[in-house]
Design a protein around this ligand. Structure first.
Ligand code: IPM
Ligand code: MG
Length: 357
């Protein structure tokens, strides 16, 4: 297969971890006989420095020309002035919106060999394998916002349409059919009108999937149950901001945020793939970041945008094998335990993919 893949490394550790993910995709292409062409673009702080915009026109055009986007991370102290008119995060939000990527898939699967790296007890974590489907192009992230009363009052608006809720809930149900067939819709319907619309709509969509169990949780209760009984969840579907918050929380179930990949999908096969961790400016440039979330995001790219399931599994198996063999990056290594650098861990996965028979 031939595929054009856009690579947007961004800021901080973004370039370091994305380079490893790209190398793994190159290894997949070699091993399985595909031809991937990588085209690099600017986004985030790097783009602001070069062009004044967090998402230059050329970058969006480049993405539209490709079948998938491999994305690093954006942001850093250099661009952190909260009063600045242009911020790196705008690049990410604009690209999600510009490409119509309304469903953000964040799988949270416990790798048993990492259970002790989590702050939560092993007994509680055992069997955790859940998927958060976060709505990504609506809600309070994209509603009207501003200041009034001479700047003394600020407002942000949450807005959802039936259509926006329907499409992402359908995505959640379709994915649940390939998993444990259980969807939990999360909202704040006891307070918010958007959540009441969300609940009504999700309930209606659920009737089309009688083979999938369905329930609702309020977001505050969900936050609690996620760390109380994580293994009982299968697919969680929720609006943009709730999904943002719950997935940072859920990431701690796996021991390290450095392990979690994500896929952002729209109506077609185009997708954007990024680790859920940020740009980690505190460790940027040191070659010690964990590249596994970026590499696992590349696996999701193979699966969701290119429909290369066998290749996706090969990457996931390689990651699993490295962890089982005891290899750890700095974020996962215990006191006094030896840790691999970003490049070394990447190399480990590249070699193991090359050897797949
Ligand atoms: C995420 C991030 C982004 C978000 C930020 C960087 C805008 O936290 O992808 O979870 O809030 O969506
Ligand atoms: Mg977030």
């Amino acid at each position: 297969m031939r595929a054009n893949i856009a690579v947007l490394p961004g800021d901080g550790i973004g370039p370091e971890v994305t380079a490893e993910a790209q190398r793994v995709l190159e290894a997949v292409a070699d091993r399985f006989g595909h031809e991937f062409t990588f085209r690099e673009g600017l986004v985030g702080g790097a783009a602001i420095d070069a062009t004044g915009s967090a998402l230059p026109e050329e970058t969006l055009a480049l993405c539209r020309d490709c079948v998938a986007v491999l994305f690093g991370a954006v942001g850093g102290p250099r661009w952190d002035d909260p009063t600045a008119a242009v911020r790196p995060e705008q690049g990410l939000l604009a690209i999600r919106k510009g490409l119509g990527l309304y469903a953000n898939l964040r799988p949270v699967t416990l790798n048993p060999v990492l259970a002790d790296a989590s702050t939560i007890k092993r007994e509680t974590l055992e069997g955790t394998d859940l998927l958060v489907v976060r709505e990504l192009t609506g809600g309070i992230y994209f509603g009207e916002r501003g200041r009034r009363d001479g700047g003394q009052t600020a407002y942000d608006t949450m807005v959802y349409s039936v259509e926006e809720v329907e499409r992402v809930v359908h995505t959640a149900f379709r994915l649940a059919r390939g998993r444990k067939r259980h969807v939990t819709s999360v909202d704040k319907a006891n307070v918010l009108e958007c959540s009441r619309l969300w609940r009504e709509t999700a309930t209606r969509v659920a009737k089309e999937y009688p083979d999938v169990a369905f329930d609702h949780l309020l977001v505050d209760a969900c936050a609690m149950h996620l760390i109380r009984r994580p293994a009982t969840f299968d697919v969680i579907v929720t609006e943009n901001m709730f999904g943002d918050i719950l997935t940072d929380e859920a990431s701690m179930l796996t021991g390290s945020m450095g392990m979690l990949p994500s896929a952002s999908l729209g109506a077609g096969s185009m997708g954007l793939y990024e680790p859920i961790h940020g740009s980690a400016p505190d460790i940027a440039g040191q070659g010690i970041a964990n590249p596994l979330a970026a590499i696992l995001s590349a696996a999701l790219l193979l699966r969701h945008s290119l429909a290369l399931e066998q290749e996706a599994r090969a990457v996931e198996t390689a990651v699993d094998g490295a962890l089982r063999a005891g290899y750890r990056t700095h974020d996962l290594a215990g006191q006094g335990e030896q840790a691999l650098g970003t490049r070394e861990m990447g190399e480990m996965i590249v070699r193991s993919v090359a050897e797949v028979s």
